[in-house]
Design a protein around this ligand. Structure first.
Ligand code: F6P
Length: 491
Protein backbone atom coordinates (compact mmCIF):
# COMPACT_ATOMS: atom_id res chain seq x y z
CA UNK A 1 0.00 0.00 0.00
CA UNK A 2 1.41 3.45 -0.96
CA UNK A 3 1.15 6.60 1.21
CA UNK A 4 -1.96 7.31 -0.85
CA UNK A 5 -4.91 9.67 -0.73
CA UNK A 6 -7.14 10.37 2.26
CA UNK A 7 -10.21 10.85 0.07
CA UNK A 8 -10.95 8.71 -2.98
CA UNK A 9 -13.93 8.87 -5.31
CA UNK A 10 -14.63 5.92 -7.56
CA UNK A 11 -17.10 5.86 -10.42
CA UNK A 12 -17.39 3.92 -13.66
CA UNK A 13 -16.29 6.91 -15.73
CA UNK A 14 -13.67 9.52 -15.04
CA UNK A 15 -14.94 13.10 -15.44
CA UNK A 16 -13.20 13.26 -18.81
CA UNK A 17 -13.35 10.79 -21.69
CA UNK A 18 -10.39 10.18 -23.92
CA UNK A 19 -11.13 11.18 -27.51
CA UNK A 20 -8.99 9.82 -30.34
CA UNK A 21 -9.36 11.67 -33.67
CA UNK A 22 -9.15 10.02 -37.10
CA UNK A 23 -5.58 11.29 -37.47
CA UNK A 24 -4.69 9.57 -34.17
CA UNK A 25 -4.55 12.80 -32.09
CA UNK A 26 -5.70 12.51 -28.46
CA UNK A 27 -7.71 14.93 -26.38
CA UNK A 28 -10.11 14.94 -23.42
CA UNK A 29 -13.81 15.73 -23.44
CA UNK A 30 -16.10 16.18 -20.44
CA UNK A 31 -18.03 12.94 -19.79
CA UNK A 32 -21.81 12.96 -20.15
CA UNK A 33 -24.34 12.68 -17.36
CA UNK A 34 -25.38 14.03 -14.00
CA UNK A 35 -22.84 12.09 -11.94
CA UNK A 36 -19.86 13.96 -13.37
CA UNK A 37 -21.70 17.29 -13.30
CA UNK A 38 -22.34 16.84 -9.57
CA UNK A 39 -18.98 15.43 -8.50
CA UNK A 40 -16.66 17.66 -10.52
CA UNK A 41 -17.03 20.76 -8.27
CA UNK A 42 -16.71 18.58 -5.16
CA UNK A 43 -13.46 17.04 -6.37
CA UNK A 44 -12.01 20.33 -7.57
CA UNK A 45 -12.22 21.51 -3.95
CA UNK A 46 -10.86 18.28 -2.38
CA UNK A 47 -7.33 17.04 -2.33
CA UNK A 48 -8.30 13.54 -3.36
CA UNK A 49 -8.08 11.05 -6.20
CA UNK A 50 -10.79 9.98 -8.67
CA UNK A 51 -10.63 6.38 -9.90
CA UNK A 52 -12.52 5.45 -13.07
CA UNK A 53 -12.54 4.30 -16.68
CA UNK A 54 -11.30 6.80 -19.30
CA UNK A 55 -14.11 5.95 -21.76
CA UNK A 56 -12.24 4.04 -24.48
CA UNK A 57 -11.71 0.28 -24.56
CA UNK A 58 -8.18 -1.01 -24.42
CA UNK A 59 -6.29 2.14 -23.32
CA UNK A 60 -3.61 1.92 -20.63
CA UNK A 61 -2.92 5.31 -19.08
CA UNK A 62 -0.81 6.52 -16.18
CA UNK A 63 -2.53 8.64 -13.49
CA UNK A 64 -2.76 12.30 -14.53
CA UNK A 65 -4.13 15.67 -13.38
CA UNK A 66 -6.90 17.66 -15.09
CA UNK A 67 -8.71 20.82 -13.90
CA UNK A 68 -7.36 20.49 -10.37
CA UNK A 69 -8.31 16.78 -10.08
CA UNK A 70 -6.02 13.78 -9.73
CA UNK A 71 -7.36 11.00 -11.97
CA UNK A 72 -6.47 7.31 -11.80
CA UNK A 73 -7.54 5.49 -14.98
CA UNK A 74 -8.77 1.88 -14.89
CA UNK A 75 -8.24 0.17 -18.25
CA UNK A 76 -11.10 -1.94 -19.61
CA UNK A 77 -10.68 -4.34 -22.51
CA UNK A 78 -13.15 -4.47 -25.43
CA UNK A 79 -14.87 -7.53 -23.99
CA UNK A 80 -15.07 -5.94 -20.53
CA UNK A 81 -16.73 -2.88 -22.02
CA UNK A 82 -19.14 -5.12 -23.95
CA UNK A 83 -20.06 -7.35 -21.00
CA UNK A 84 -19.63 -5.21 -17.88
CA UNK A 85 -20.60 -1.74 -19.20
CA UNK A 86 -22.86 -2.24 -22.23
CA UNK A 87 -24.12 -5.62 -21.04
CA UNK A 88 -24.65 -6.05 -17.31
CA UNK A 89 -24.67 -2.36 -16.33
CA UNK A 90 -26.72 -0.96 -19.19
CA UNK A 91 -28.74 -3.88 -20.53
CA UNK A 92 -29.44 -5.70 -17.23
CA UNK A 93 -29.31 -3.29 -14.28
CA UNK A 94 -30.31 -0.06 -16.04
CA UNK A 95 -33.64 -1.33 -17.43
CA UNK A 96 -34.37 -3.38 -14.27
CA UNK A 97 -33.78 -0.37 -12.01
CA UNK A 98 -35.89 1.88 -14.29
CA UNK A 99 -39.19 0.05 -13.96
CA UNK A 100 -38.37 -2.42 -16.80
CA UNK A 101 -39.35 0.25 -19.38
CA UNK A 102 -37.15 -1.90 -21.64
CA UNK A 103 -36.79 -5.63 -20.95
CA UNK A 104 -33.62 -6.46 -18.98
CA UNK A 105 -31.34 -9.19 -20.37
CA UNK A 106 -29.91 -11.72 -17.93
CA UNK A 107 -26.65 -13.38 -19.01
CA UNK A 108 -24.37 -15.33 -16.69
CA UNK A 109 -21.24 -14.36 -18.66
CA UNK A 110 -22.09 -10.65 -18.22
CA UNK A 111 -22.48 -11.17 -14.48
CA UNK A 112 -19.07 -12.87 -14.29
CA UNK A 113 -17.45 -9.94 -16.09
CA UNK A 114 -19.29 -7.44 -13.86
CA UNK A 115 -17.90 -9.25 -10.82
CA UNK A 116 -14.39 -9.31 -12.28
CA UNK A 117 -14.41 -5.63 -13.23
CA UNK A 118 -15.76 -4.66 -9.79
CA UNK A 119 -12.77 -6.55 -8.33
CA UNK A 120 -10.45 -4.61 -10.58
CA UNK A 121 -11.88 -1.28 -9.37
CA UNK A 122 -11.74 -2.38 -5.70
CA UNK A 123 -8.10 -3.45 -6.04
CA UNK A 124 -7.12 -0.15 -7.66
CA UNK A 125 -8.85 1.81 -4.89
CA UNK A 126 -7.19 -0.31 -2.21
CA UNK A 127 -3.85 0.66 -3.78
CA UNK A 128 -4.39 4.43 -3.85
CA UNK A 129 -6.27 4.95 -0.54
CA UNK A 130 -4.14 5.91 2.46
CA UNK A 131 -4.57 4.20 5.84
CA UNK A 132 -8.06 4.91 7.31
CA UNK A 133 -8.98 6.92 4.19
CA UNK A 134 -12.56 7.72 3.19
CA UNK A 135 -13.75 6.19 -0.09
CA UNK A 136 -16.91 7.27 -1.89
CA UNK A 137 -18.16 4.74 -4.47
CA UNK A 138 -20.73 5.80 -7.08
CA UNK A 139 -23.54 4.19 -8.95
CA UNK A 140 -24.98 0.93 -10.18
CA UNK A 141 -21.95 -0.12 -12.22
CA UNK A 142 -19.95 -0.64 -9.00
CA UNK A 143 -22.37 -2.15 -6.48
CA UNK A 144 -19.99 -4.95 -5.45
CA UNK A 145 -17.10 -2.59 -4.72
CA UNK A 146 -18.08 -1.65 -1.11
CA UNK A 147 -17.90 -5.25 0.15
CA UNK A 148 -14.84 -6.16 -1.93
CA UNK A 149 -13.09 -3.08 -0.60
CA UNK A 150 -14.07 -3.78 3.00
CA UNK A 151 -12.61 -7.28 2.68
CA UNK A 152 -9.37 -5.88 1.22
CA UNK A 153 -9.10 -2.83 3.47
CA UNK A 154 -11.13 -3.03 6.71
CA UNK A 155 -9.50 0.24 7.87
CA UNK A 156 -11.40 2.33 5.28
CA UNK A 157 -14.63 4.26 5.78
CA UNK A 158 -16.78 3.52 2.74
CA UNK A 159 -19.74 5.38 1.27
CA UNK A 160 -21.88 4.37 -1.71
CA UNK A 161 -24.26 6.66 -3.59
CA UNK A 162 -26.87 5.25 -5.96
CA UNK A 163 -27.57 7.89 -8.64
CA UNK A 164 -30.42 5.95 -10.23
CA UNK A 165 -33.65 4.60 -8.72
CA UNK A 166 -33.51 1.51 -6.52
CA UNK A 167 -36.35 -0.72 -7.74
CA UNK A 168 -39.27 -2.12 -5.76
CA UNK A 169 -38.65 -5.66 -4.47
CA UNK A 170 -41.08 -7.16 -7.02
CA UNK A 171 -38.71 -6.06 -9.78
CA UNK A 172 -35.38 -6.35 -7.97
CA UNK A 173 -36.15 -9.95 -7.02
CA UNK A 174 -36.03 -10.92 -10.72
CA UNK A 175 -32.25 -10.47 -10.64
CA UNK A 176 -30.55 -13.87 -10.34
CA UNK A 177 -27.66 -12.21 -8.44
CA UNK A 178 -29.83 -10.12 -6.10
CA UNK A 179 -28.24 -11.47 -2.89
CA UNK A 180 -24.71 -10.72 -4.07
CA UNK A 181 -25.73 -7.16 -4.99
CA UNK A 182 -27.28 -6.55 -1.58
CA UNK A 183 -24.22 -7.99 0.15
CA UNK A 184 -21.99 -5.82 -2.03
CA UNK A 185 -23.85 -2.64 -1.02
CA UNK A 186 -23.95 -3.57 2.66
CA UNK A 187 -20.15 -3.43 2.62
CA UNK A 188 -20.53 0.37 2.79
CA UNK A 189 -20.96 2.37 6.01
CA UNK A 190 -23.37 4.77 4.32
CA UNK A 191 -25.59 3.88 1.35
CA UNK A 192 -27.18 6.99 -0.14
CA UNK A 193 -30.21 7.24 -2.42
CA UNK A 194 -32.02 10.01 -4.27
CA UNK A 195 -35.50 9.55 -2.75
CA UNK A 196 -37.18 8.05 0.32
CA UNK A 197 -38.86 5.57 -2.04
CA UNK A 198 -35.42 4.25 -3.12
CA UNK A 199 -34.06 3.79 0.40
CA UNK A 200 -37.37 2.14 1.38
CA UNK A 201 -37.06 -0.32 -1.53
CA UNK A 202 -33.46 -1.09 -0.52
CA UNK A 203 -34.40 -1.65 3.14
CA UNK A 204 -37.15 -4.02 2.03
CA UNK A 205 -34.74 -6.00 -0.18
CA UNK A 206 -32.28 -6.25 2.72
CA UNK A 207 -35.05 -7.50 5.02
CA UNK A 208 -36.36 -10.06 2.53
CA UNK A 209 -33.03 -11.37 1.30
CA UNK A 210 -30.85 -11.14 4.39
CA UNK A 211 -33.35 -10.85 7.24
CA UNK A 212 -31.67 -7.72 8.67
CA UNK A 213 -34.27 -5.25 9.92
CA UNK A 214 -33.82 -1.50 9.56
CA UNK A 215 -34.97 1.30 11.83
CA UNK A 216 -34.82 5.03 11.19
CA UNK A 217 -32.52 4.62 8.19
CA UNK A 218 -30.10 2.36 10.08
CA UNK A 219 -29.43 -1.33 9.40
CA UNK A 220 -27.57 -3.58 11.85
CA UNK A 221 -25.40 -5.94 9.80
CA UNK A 222 -24.08 -8.94 11.74
CA UNK A 223 -20.36 -9.50 11.31
CA UNK A 224 -19.57 -12.81 9.64
CA UNK A 225 -16.95 -15.22 10.86
CA UNK A 226 -14.06 -14.55 8.45
CA UNK A 227 -12.59 -18.02 9.26
CA UNK A 228 -15.26 -20.58 8.54
CA UNK A 229 -12.67 -23.42 8.67
CA UNK A 230 -14.22 -26.75 7.66
CA UNK A 231 -17.80 -25.48 7.92
CA UNK A 232 -17.90 -24.58 4.23
CA UNK A 233 -21.25 -26.24 3.55
CA UNK A 234 -22.97 -24.85 6.63
CA UNK A 235 -24.87 -21.55 6.73
CA UNK A 236 -22.79 -18.43 7.38
CA UNK A 237 -21.88 -18.08 11.06
CA UNK A 238 -22.14 -14.70 12.70
CA UNK A 239 -19.84 -13.59 15.49
CA UNK A 240 -22.53 -11.99 17.62
CA UNK A 241 -21.29 -8.49 16.77
CA UNK A 242 -22.71 -6.08 14.24
CA UNK A 243 -21.82 -2.98 12.22
CA UNK A 244 -24.25 -0.24 11.49
CA UNK A 245 -25.04 0.76 7.93
CA UNK A 246 -26.83 4.08 7.34
CA UNK A 247 -29.21 3.85 4.36
CA UNK A 248 -31.14 7.03 3.58
CA UNK A 249 -31.78 9.68 0.99
CA UNK A 250 -29.27 12.38 0.03
CA UNK A 251 -30.91 14.10 -2.98
CA UNK A 252 -28.17 15.15 -5.39
CA UNK A 253 -27.93 18.67 -6.74
CA UNK A 254 -25.91 21.04 -8.92
CA UNK A 255 -23.41 23.85 -8.55
CA UNK A 256 -26.25 26.38 -8.59
CA UNK A 257 -23.96 29.42 -8.19
CA UNK A 258 -21.98 28.45 -11.30
CA UNK A 259 -25.21 28.41 -13.35
CA UNK A 260 -26.32 31.78 -11.95
CA UNK A 261 -22.94 33.28 -12.77
CA UNK A 262 -22.97 31.96 -16.33
CA UNK A 263 -26.53 33.15 -16.83
CA UNK A 264 -25.61 36.66 -15.67
CA UNK A 265 -22.76 36.96 -18.18
CA UNK A 266 -23.53 39.46 -20.98
CA UNK A 267 -22.03 37.17 -23.66
CA UNK A 268 -24.26 34.26 -22.56
CA UNK A 269 -27.33 36.51 -22.55
CA UNK A 270 -26.37 37.83 -26.00
CA UNK A 271 -26.09 34.23 -27.18
CA UNK A 272 -29.59 33.52 -25.79
CA UNK A 273 -30.99 36.44 -27.83
CA UNK A 274 -29.10 35.20 -30.86
CA UNK A 275 -30.59 31.71 -30.44
CA UNK A 276 -34.08 33.21 -30.34
CA UNK A 277 -33.27 35.27 -33.42
CA UNK A 278 -31.83 32.29 -35.30
CA UNK A 279 -34.99 30.35 -34.52
CA UNK A 280 -37.02 33.17 -36.14
CA UNK A 281 -37.96 35.01 -32.91
CA UNK A 282 -40.90 32.71 -32.17
CA UNK A 283 -43.44 33.65 -29.51
CA UNK A 284 -42.70 30.44 -27.59
CA UNK A 285 -39.63 28.22 -27.33
CA UNK A 286 -40.14 24.86 -25.66
CA UNK A 287 -36.94 23.00 -24.75
CA UNK A 288 -36.09 19.36 -24.05
CA UNK A 289 -32.56 18.38 -22.92
CA UNK A 290 -31.79 14.71 -22.34
CA UNK A 291 -29.31 11.95 -22.88
CA UNK A 292 -30.90 9.96 -25.70
CA UNK A 293 -32.26 7.32 -23.33
CA UNK A 294 -35.60 5.47 -23.31
CA UNK A 295 -36.13 6.41 -19.65
CA UNK A 296 -36.42 10.10 -20.55
CA UNK A 297 -39.86 9.89 -22.16
CA UNK A 298 -38.80 11.63 -25.40
CA UNK A 299 -41.29 9.56 -27.42
CA UNK A 300 -44.15 10.59 -25.09
CA UNK A 301 -43.14 14.24 -25.38
CA UNK A 302 -43.07 14.04 -29.19
CA UNK A 303 -46.44 12.31 -29.25
CA UNK A 304 -48.01 15.06 -27.12
CA UNK A 305 -46.40 17.82 -29.15
CA UNK A 306 -47.34 16.22 -32.48
CA UNK A 307 -50.99 15.94 -31.36
CA UNK A 308 -51.07 19.59 -30.25
CA UNK A 309 -49.83 20.58 -33.70
CA UNK A 310 -52.29 18.26 -35.45
CA UNK A 311 -55.21 19.67 -33.45
CA UNK A 312 -54.14 23.26 -34.20
CA UNK A 313 -53.72 24.00 -30.47
CA UNK A 314 -50.09 24.91 -31.01
CA UNK A 315 -49.21 27.02 -34.04
CA UNK A 316 -45.90 26.05 -35.68
CA UNK A 317 -45.70 29.62 -37.02
CA UNK A 318 -45.09 30.99 -33.53
CA UNK A 319 -43.90 28.00 -31.43
CA UNK A 320 -40.89 25.73 -31.72
CA UNK A 321 -39.72 22.68 -29.79
CA UNK A 322 -35.92 22.55 -29.45
CA UNK A 323 -34.81 19.03 -28.53
CA UNK A 324 -31.21 18.42 -27.50
CA UNK A 325 -30.62 14.66 -27.38
CA UNK A 326 -27.05 13.93 -26.38
CA UNK A 327 -25.54 10.71 -27.76
CA UNK A 328 -25.48 7.85 -25.25
CA UNK A 329 -24.63 4.11 -25.11
CA UNK A 330 -24.81 3.90 -28.87
CA UNK A 331 -23.79 0.25 -29.10
CA UNK A 332 -26.65 -1.01 -26.90
CA UNK A 333 -29.51 -2.25 -29.12
CA UNK A 334 -32.37 -0.56 -27.23
CA UNK A 335 -30.57 2.78 -27.66
CA UNK A 336 -30.07 2.19 -31.38
CA UNK A 337 -33.81 1.49 -31.72
CA UNK A 338 -34.74 4.53 -29.66
CA UNK A 339 -32.61 6.82 -31.81
CA UNK A 340 -34.20 5.47 -35.00
CA UNK A 341 -37.68 5.92 -33.61
CA UNK A 342 -37.11 9.42 -32.24
CA UNK A 343 -35.46 10.64 -35.44
CA UNK A 344 -38.20 9.13 -37.60
CA UNK A 345 -40.86 10.86 -35.51
CA UNK A 346 -39.03 14.21 -35.56
CA UNK A 347 -38.69 13.88 -39.35
CA UNK A 348 -42.40 13.13 -39.73
CA UNK A 349 -43.52 16.01 -37.52
CA UNK A 350 -41.18 18.38 -39.34
CA UNK A 351 -42.37 17.06 -42.70
CA UNK A 352 -45.99 17.74 -41.73
CA UNK A 353 -45.69 21.06 -39.88
CA UNK A 354 -42.47 22.91 -40.79
CA UNK A 355 -42.36 25.65 -43.40
CA UNK A 356 -39.44 27.10 -45.31
CA UNK A 357 -37.86 29.44 -42.80
CA UNK A 358 -39.18 27.79 -39.64
CA UNK A 359 -39.22 24.31 -38.22
CA UNK A 360 -41.70 22.68 -35.88
CA UNK A 361 -38.88 20.86 -34.08
CA UNK A 362 -35.23 21.84 -34.01
CA UNK A 363 -33.43 18.57 -33.17
CA UNK A 364 -29.76 18.30 -32.10
CA UNK A 365 -27.94 15.02 -31.53
CA UNK A 366 -24.93 16.64 -29.83
CA UNK A 367 -23.27 17.49 -26.56
CA UNK A 368 -22.96 21.23 -25.97
CA UNK A 369 -20.65 23.13 -23.66
CA UNK A 370 -22.19 24.46 -20.47
CA UNK A 371 -22.27 28.10 -21.72
CA UNK A 372 -24.39 27.07 -24.70
CA UNK A 373 -26.74 25.07 -22.46
CA UNK A 374 -27.26 28.07 -20.18
CA UNK A 375 -27.95 30.29 -23.21
CA UNK A 376 -30.56 27.73 -24.32
CA UNK A 377 -32.11 27.68 -20.82
CA UNK A 378 -32.37 31.49 -20.91
CA UNK A 379 -33.90 31.41 -24.38
CA UNK A 380 -36.51 28.75 -23.49
CA UNK A 381 -39.95 29.75 -22.22
CA UNK A 382 -40.72 26.19 -21.13
CA UNK A 383 -38.49 23.25 -20.17
CA UNK A 384 -40.11 19.85 -20.68
CA UNK A 385 -38.87 17.00 -18.45
CA UNK A 386 -41.01 13.96 -19.19
CA UNK A 387 -38.90 11.11 -17.76
CA UNK A 388 -40.72 7.81 -17.25
CA UNK A 389 -38.29 7.08 -14.43
CA UNK A 390 -35.24 9.14 -13.43
CA UNK A 391 -33.07 9.06 -10.29
CA UNK A 392 -33.06 12.87 -10.00
CA UNK A 393 -32.86 14.82 -13.33
CA UNK A 394 -30.33 17.57 -12.86
CA UNK A 395 -31.39 19.33 -16.08
CA UNK A 396 -34.52 20.50 -14.22
CA UNK A 397 -32.33 22.02 -11.49
CA UNK A 398 -29.96 23.59 -14.04
CA UNK A 399 -32.88 25.34 -15.75
CA UNK A 400 -34.15 26.72 -12.44
CA UNK A 401 -30.66 27.88 -11.33
CA UNK A 402 -30.11 29.64 -14.67
CA UNK A 403 -33.38 31.64 -14.58
CA UNK A 404 -32.12 34.61 -12.55
CA UNK A 405 -34.93 36.60 -14.22
CA UNK A 406 -37.51 34.44 -12.35
CA UNK A 407 -39.08 33.57 -15.67
CA UNK A 408 -39.66 30.32 -17.55
CA UNK A 409 -41.94 27.38 -16.73
CA UNK A 410 -40.75 23.93 -15.71
CA UNK A 411 -42.97 21.00 -16.73
CA UNK A 412 -41.69 18.10 -14.64
CA UNK A 413 -42.48 14.41 -14.56
CA UNK A 414 -43.58 13.09 -11.19
CA UNK A 415 -41.38 10.04 -11.93
CA UNK A 416 -38.17 12.09 -11.74
CA UNK A 417 -36.56 12.40 -8.29
CA UNK A 418 -36.52 16.20 -8.72
CA UNK A 419 -40.33 16.22 -8.36
CA UNK A 420 -39.98 15.51 -4.62
CA UNK A 421 -38.23 18.87 -4.28
CA UNK A 422 -39.47 21.12 -7.09
CA UNK A 423 -43.06 21.10 -5.96
CA UNK A 424 -43.98 24.28 -7.81
CA UNK A 425 -43.16 22.88 -11.22
CA UNK A 426 -46.14 21.84 -13.35
CA UNK A 427 -46.00 18.17 -12.42
CA UNK A 428 -47.09 15.66 -15.05
CA UNK A 429 -47.61 11.96 -15.56
CA UNK A 430 -45.94 11.52 -18.98
CA UNK A 431 -47.96 8.35 -19.69
CA UNK A 432 -51.09 10.51 -19.64
CA UNK A 433 -50.71 12.14 -23.06
CA UNK A 434 -53.86 14.28 -22.67
CA UNK A 435 -52.67 15.51 -19.27
CA UNK A 436 -49.24 16.25 -20.73
CA UNK A 437 -50.82 18.24 -23.59
CA UNK A 438 -52.88 20.27 -21.12
CA UNK A 439 -49.79 21.03 -19.05
CA UNK A 440 -47.84 22.16 -22.12
CA UNK A 441 -50.71 24.52 -23.05
CA UNK A 442 -50.96 25.76 -19.48
CA UNK A 443 -47.20 26.44 -19.45
CA UNK A 444 -47.44 28.40 -22.72
CA UNK A 445 -50.33 30.49 -21.39
CA UNK A 446 -49.17 31.01 -17.80
CA UNK A 447 -49.27 34.68 -16.71
CA UNK A 448 -45.96 36.37 -15.87
CA UNK A 449 -46.82 36.79 -12.15
CA UNK A 450 -47.53 33.07 -11.72
CA UNK A 451 -44.35 32.12 -13.60
CA UNK A 452 -42.33 34.40 -11.35
CA UNK A 453 -43.84 33.14 -8.11
CA UNK A 454 -43.29 29.48 -9.06
CA UNK A 455 -39.75 30.07 -10.30
CA UNK A 456 -38.78 32.14 -7.25
CA UNK A 457 -39.78 29.39 -4.85
CA UNK A 458 -37.99 26.67 -6.87
CA UNK A 459 -34.87 28.82 -7.06
CA UNK A 460 -34.86 29.25 -3.30
CA UNK A 461 -34.91 25.48 -2.90
CA UNK A 462 -32.16 24.81 -5.46
CA UNK A 463 -29.83 27.47 -4.03
CA UNK A 464 -30.38 26.30 -0.44
CA UNK A 465 -29.77 22.68 -1.47
CA UNK A 466 -26.90 22.84 -3.91
CA UNK A 467 -24.25 20.24 -4.65
CA UNK A 468 -21.99 21.39 -1.82
CA UNK A 469 -24.74 20.73 0.66
CA UNK A 470 -25.30 17.27 -0.89
CA UNK A 471 -21.63 16.25 -0.71
CA UNK A 472 -21.18 18.00 2.65
CA UNK A 473 -24.10 16.06 4.20
CA UNK A 474 -22.85 12.76 2.81
CA UNK A 475 -19.24 13.28 3.85
CA UNK A 476 -20.33 14.50 7.31
CA UNK A 477 -22.21 11.21 7.79
CA UNK A 478 -19.07 9.29 6.79
CA UNK A 479 -16.91 11.43 9.10
CA UNK A 480 -19.18 10.66 12.01
CA UNK A 481 -18.89 6.93 11.42
CA UNK A 482 -15.16 7.27 11.02
CA UNK A 483 -14.94 9.18 14.31
CA UNK A 484 -17.06 6.58 16.14
CA UNK A 485 -14.88 3.83 14.76
CA UNK A 486 -11.71 5.79 15.65
CA UNK A 487 -12.94 6.08 19.23
CA UNK A 488 -13.75 2.41 19.40
CA UNK A 489 -10.32 1.43 18.05
CA UNK A 490 -8.51 3.97 20.24
CA UNK A 491 -10.09 2.73 23.49
O1 F6P B 1 -26.41 8.22 -13.09
C1 F6P B 1 -26.61 7.70 -14.32
C2 F6P B 1 -25.38 7.48 -15.19
O2 F6P B 1 -25.26 6.18 -15.61
C3 F6P B 1 -24.06 7.86 -14.57
O3 F6P B 1 -23.44 6.81 -13.86
C4 F6P B 1 -23.30 8.30 -15.77
O4 F6P B 1 -22.36 9.24 -15.46
C5 F6P B 1 -24.35 8.89 -16.69
O5 F6P B 1 -25.54 8.27 -16.35
C6 F6P B 1 -24.03 8.74 -18.17
O6 F6P B 1 -24.02 7.40 -18.54
P1 F6P B 1 -22.81 6.69 -19.29
O7 F6P B 1 -21.60 6.82 -18.41
O8 F6P B 1 -23.25 5.28 -19.47
O9 F6P B 1 -22.63 7.43 -20.56
Amino acid sequence: MSAGFEFVVVSNRLPVDQVVSESGGQSWARSPGGLVAALEPVMQEQDGAWVGWPGIAGTQLEPFDVDGMHLVPIPLSKSEVAEYYEGFSNDTLWPLYHDVIAAPSFHREWWETYRRVNHKFAEAVAEVASKTATVWVHDYQLQLVPKLLRDLRPDLTIGFFDHIPFPPYGLFSQLPWRVQIIEGLLGADVVGFQRDADSGNFAQAVRKLKGFPSKGGQIEVPIEDPNPGVRVFEPVRYLGQSRKVIARKFPISIDAGAYRELASRPDVQARARQIRGDLGNPKHIILGVDRLDYTKGIRHRLRAYGELLAEGKVDPEDTILVQVASPSRERVQSYVELRNEVELTVGRINGDYSAIGHQAISYHHHNYPREEMVALYLAADVLLVTALRDGMNLVAKEYVASRFDNDGVLVLSEFAGASDELKRALQVNPHDIDGLKQSILRALQMPRTERASRMRSMRRHVFENDVRRWSGDFIAELDQIRAERGNAIGD
